[in-house]
Write a protein that binds this ligand. Structure first.
Ligand SMILES: [Zn+2]
Length: 119
């Protein structure tokens, strides 16, 4: 897992969009605030079925483009912001193993989406 400092740097660089697919994302810390503010509307349990589907889909995660198992490092140039689906889909595969292009070569999505950080 990247450190808190690295996560801040990753979002400053990548914004709040998945580098693979461009989906907007929300950090887990922000989701926890929303759950605390609106417990009747946003559930977050231990199972997929008990987690709010929207927040689950928009869950900001962080991928090692070159996995640790293939010699990838924890340096920022090997990390990207991802959505949950892309991160779980890629798992620890190398890009060429599953036919993905390198997300670091995609343009960063520029938008007004701030990942609900204003909360
Ligand atoms: Zn994605």
């Amino acid at each position: 897992m990247p450190t808190g400092s690295q996560i801040r740097c990753l979002h400053q660089r990548d914004g709040f969009h998945c580098r693979f697919c461009g989906l907007p994302v929300i950090r887990a810390e922000i989701r926890k605030k929303v759950v605390a503010l609106y417990p009747d509307a946003v559930s977050w349990g231990r199972t997929n079925a008990s987690q709010h589907a929207g927040f689950q889909a928009l869950w900001a995660q962080y991928d090692h483009v070159v996995p640790h198992s293939a010699g990838g490092t924890n340096e920022l140039d090997n990390l990207v912001v991802t959505c949950a689906a892309c991160n779980f889909g890629k798992m620890s595969y190398r890009l060429e193993e599953i036919g993905l292009l390198d997300p670091r070569e995609f343009p960063i999505v520029v938008s007004h989406w701030d990942g609900l950080e204003r909360l």
